[in-house]
Design a protein around this ligand. Structure first.
Ligand code: 5RP
Length: 233
């Protein structure tokens, strides 16, 4: 059963707020993208208003950076601070091995760059994001150089994917990422039985910049749901 929207929002807020408690004085923090990350960034801003002093935060999207500035988080870049202490971000799907699908908001490439710059990546989500098999509830996004859309699409189809060019909401225009690329959403009809193998095959396609698979990256998940908050490791 799909939970009521208000309940979902309260779960996302609970996960984001709990994650903000992991941030300590002097840390360099990576900020995720999406509605759950939004609650984390807002809660972190609140803690900073109350006296927490972090060294700075690197955002995984222009949208998150704007929000961070608005709530008083000192922003920095990977050029000044290439190693971060902690990255907090949401996910579209989380499997029992903490393998993730991300990129529902189209920020997958910067999210992966920030995630790999961090010593610790904690994923935050409501319990509807938990799945047994990745690719069950959402497509696997691939960020693709616009020049290569058609050849990349053909190669993805050869891997068994149904491929759709992502569009801007309520528009015929393609969605363009913060990096000037497009997103091809890849649906695998039975989900993805072997994410590592499919990810490797996708990554080999020239013109495909990165996939929404985040494998062996998150070391912990804060999951909020009807029974409260659970931490998965
Ligand atoms: C954006 C992402 C988001 O983290 C993911 O889509 C989850 O978003 P939300 O918290 O809004 O459900 O990967 O690219």
């Amino acid at each position: 059963m799909i939970p009521h929207e208000n309940l979902l929002e309260s779960w996302k807020k609970a996960a984001g707020t709990r994650a903000a408690e992991l941030v300590e004085d002097g840390m360099l923090v990576g900020l995720g993208t999406g509605t759950t990350a939004h609650y984390f960034i807002t809660a972190l801003g609140q803690r900073i208003q109350e006296g927490l002093q972090i060294k700075g935060a690197v955002s995984s999207s222009l949208g998150s950076q704007e929000l961070a500035k608005k709530v008083g988080i000192p922003v920095t870049t990977l050029d000044f601070n290439p190693t971060l202490d902690l990255y907090i971000d949401g996910a579209d799907e989380i499997d029992p091995f903490l393998r993730l699908v991300k990129g529902g908001g189209g920020a997958l490439l910067r999210e992966k760059i920030v995630a790999t710059a961090a010593r610790r990546f904690v994923v935050i989500a409501d319990e509807t994001k938990l799945v047994q098999r990745l690719g069950t509830h959402c497509p696997i996004p691939a960020e693709v150089v616009p020049f290569a859309i058609t050849p990349v699409r053909r190669r993805l189809e050869a891997l068994g994917a149904l491929v759709k060019l992502r569009q801007k909401p309520a528009s015929d225009a393609p969605f363009i990422t913060d990096n000037g690329n497009v997103i091809l959403d890849c649906t695998f009809p039975d989900g993805v039985a072997d994410p590592e193998a499919i990810d490797t095959a996708m990554q080999r396609i020239v013109g495909l910049v990165d996939t929404g698979f985040f494998l062996k990256m998150a070391e912990e998940a804060i999951i909020a749901g009807k029974d409260g908050i659970k931490v998965l490791r």
